[in-house]
Design a binder for this molecule. Structure first.
Ligand SMILES: [Zn+2]
Length: 207
């Protein structure tokens, strides 16, 4: 398993950086997790668009999906010019409906809704989902191969589901949006850096 950080800024990218996007690879499988501003440019340094097996969007805030709106052009143009010959499966929460519908681009994506019951099998990877706590519907993602588990939280406020979902993970990739002293209420939509440390301890993750 290999994870490449393509961008981790939010809610907008710093100069020369990119918003959330992570390339997960295992053997022949290549999966893009989130696709915020600047991710498409960085992705192509490591992987061609046509090599992607699937794109999984944890949630539909712009800093996690904005580049999907230009990636659709890339896929439809490459297919029209016979530079590639496939559509890319995309998995995303169905809410907000307006954002989900913008991804329903028939000549680029094969769009599928994420639910907690969804189980994907992609080139030997088992992929499962758990709903998190955020202002829009958001899912954490677990990718398993040969009893090794990688878990990505997506954006989330503190909740017990992430502890349970991440338990014993070989690698945990977590959203953090602020430091503990800047948390002014329980309604903050992101984990603090302290909470991320506590989560790692409670879930007994390896990395
Ligand atoms: Zn968000």
């Amino acid at each position: 398993m290999k994870v490449t950080i393509l961008g981790n800024s939010g809610p907008y990218e710093a100069a020369g950086s990119a918003c959330s996007g992570y390339l997960f690879e295992a053997d022949e499988a290549k999966i893009l997790l989130d696709c915020g501003n600047g991710v498409l440019s960085n992705l192509q340094k490591f992987c061609s668009i046509e090599a992607l097996d699937a794109i999984i969007l944890s949630h539909l805030h712009s800093d996690h999906m904005a580049d999907m709106l230009v990636l659709k052009y890339a896929i439809s143009i490459k297919n029209a010019r016979r530079l590639m010959n496939k559509l890319i499966p995309v998995y995303a929460p169905q809410m907000p409906e307006e954002e989900y519908n913008r991804l329903n681009v028939k000549d680029a994506f094969i769009l599928n809704p994420i639910t907690e019951k969804l189980v994907l099998n992609i080139k030997g990877l088992k992929i499962t989902f758990r709903e998190m706590r955020h202002p829009v519907k958001t899912f954490a993602v677990c990718i398993e191969k040969d009893a090794k588990r990688f878990v990505y939280s997506g954006d989330t406020a503190w909740n017990d589901n992430i502890i349970d979902f991440a338990r014993g993970a070989d690698m945990l990739l977590v959203d953090t949006g602020l430091q503990q002293q800047d948390k002014t209420s329980e309604n903050v939509p992101h984990l603090t850096s302290l909470e991320v440390g506590v989560l790692g301890q409670k879930a007994k993750t390896k990395f």
